[in-house]
Design a protein around this ligand. Structure first.
Ligand SMILES: [Zn+2]
Length: 460
């Protein structure tokens, strides 16, 4: 009969349901005597609803990846509850391994029975029950042994956890994964939390060369998060609430001292609190100011010049700049033919905004230099032109760039930007959108690291 059951499982047969196969088993209960519970008590006095057939036990032992001295004691099919319960037992007389030092010790007693959720058997939720022996270690005292099918505090078998991680990763939303797995939101969160913890611990050994630090708005109102990203692998290293110096400093604590030494450069905006923590935490790393941030500062300056000029022109009844905002901000390469001719006409009108725009466009050359000396010369010329332009917003940005020139020149060496972080940002936004019910930032962080951390999440 075990053969029938097995072949059904193997073929995934649907004509004869496993329910019926299970019923046949239930009709022929057997007793086993060679497996014992703790303290040598025979365990199979109460015979389960399903017979204990050697083949079936072997089958489940194989599925679970367990071997002597663990054994499948009973396999119980609970038809009403649509459950299979597998009871595992420890062969009496075998020594137990201390979980601390691995020494073979005598068994003190057994821990109370625990239950682990395993992969479903067909549509039946499958649970494993066992009392785990407690080793009596001369050095560490009485310690519960580690079981081979689950992690120390886990409520699932390793196989279930692996599967759940795959489903969570592949699902459009966590609630969809919960539905597929037949687990609750809390349980899913717990699986993700443990997976992230595992992944973070393993990541401690990896070298990290190019990092990015950036802030993002989070939730409604003026809330922010600060992200540390690995620019090589396009992944989030860690995330903290807020965008203060303290928050930024906290971010660095996720790296081990050895890892900090491997960091060669960090891409960051020209924001003092961030810069200071980088100088403090990774003093040997170069700071590289992000070229997209620079471009956005210049873009804002162009816009301010346009607004001011438009106001002045309108006061004289001149509508030249009306509706031209986007033209000065867009990349001319992306213009439509109409926009191109409209912009071409505007550009030639000797407007202030056209000069500001030209200064912004010209600056993009800075990033193309190979030699630092040439880039310095270029900057000197650009800056001298800008500072004589009498366009206040542009002069201010020019001064800021001059103050940070050394950390703009580092770009020529490392060629890093936070563009990767921008890409991750959309993924983070979708996590946020899909999880409006986040009760705390801590949970949100787990999700970000789970989906954007590229961590090694699987249990061993
Ligand atoms: Zn020990």
């Amino acid at each position: 009969m075990a053969g029938l059951w097995l072949s059904l499982v193997d073929r995934g047969g649907l004509e004869v349901t496993p329910l019926r196969a299970g019923l046949r088993y239930a009709a022929a209960p057997l007793r086993r005597s060679e497996v014992f519970g703790c303290k040598g008590r025979p365990v199979s006095e109460k015979v389960a609803g399903m017979s204990m057939d050697t083949e079936l036990q072997k089958h489940y032992a194989l599925l679970l990846g367990i071997g002597s001295p663990w054994e499948v004691k009973t396999v119980e099919l609970k038809l009403q509850e649509k459950k299979v319960e597998i009871e595992l037992g420890w062969q009496w007389g075998q020594s137990a391994k201390c979980p601390e030092c691995g020494r073979a010790c005598s068994i003190h007693d057994c821990a109370p029975e625990r239950t682990w959720r395993h992969l479903d058997t067909m549509q039946f939720a499958t649970l494993i029950r066992a009392r785990t022996p407690r080793a009596d270690c001369p050095e560490h005292g009485v310690k519960t042994m580690q079981v081979p099918w689950a992690e120390p505090q886990g409520r699932f078998t390793l196989l279930f956890e692996r599967f759940a991680l795959d489903v969570l990763m592949a699902s459009a939303s966590v609630s969809q994964a919960c539905e597929l797995l037949g687990i609750g939101w809390e349980t899913a969160h717990e699986i993700m939390r443990r997976a992230v913890e595992r992944g973070l611990e393993r990541r401690q050994l990896e070298a990290l060369q190019h990092l990015g630090m950036d802030e993002k708005s989070f939730g409604r109102g003026q809330s922010y998060i600060t992200l540390l990203t690995d620019l090589e692998q396009a992944r989030v290293i860690d995330v903290v609430e807020d965008r203060t110096a303290e928050a930024a400093e906290q971010l660095w604590q996720t790296l081990s001292p050895e890892q900090k030494q491997t960091v060669e450069a960090v891409a960051v905006d020209m924001w003092e609190p961030f810069i200071r923590t980088i100088e403090k935490e990774v003093p040997d790393a170069d700071i590289v100011h992000d070229k997209y941030h620079v471009s956005s500062y210049l873009g804002k300056a162009v816009d301010q010049v346009r607004r001011q000029e438009h106001k002045e022109l309108m006061a004289q009844g001149d509508e030249t700049l009306k509706g031209s905002r986007q033209l000065w901000l867009y990349n001319p390469e992306n213009f439509s033919p109409e926009q191109r001719s409209e912009f071409g006409a505007l550009k030639d009108l000797h407007l202030k905004v056209a000069r500001a725009w030209a200064a912004k466009e010209l600056f993009s050359q800075f990033w193309n230099y190979q030699e630092e000396g040439w880039a310095r010369r270029f900057f000197k010329g650009w800056y001298s032109w800008v500072s004589r332009s009498r366009l206040k917003p542009l002069v201010e940005v020019g001064q800021m760039l001059k103050r940070h020139l050394e950390n703009l020149l580092t770009y020529l060496k490392h060629h890093i930007t936070n563009a990767v972080t921008e890409g991750l940002n959309s993924k983070i936004q979708s996590i946020k959108a899909a999880a409006r019910g986040f009760r705390s930032f801590r949970n949100y962080r787990i999700r970000i690291l789970f989906f954007c951390g590229k961590l090694d999440l699987y249990p061993l």
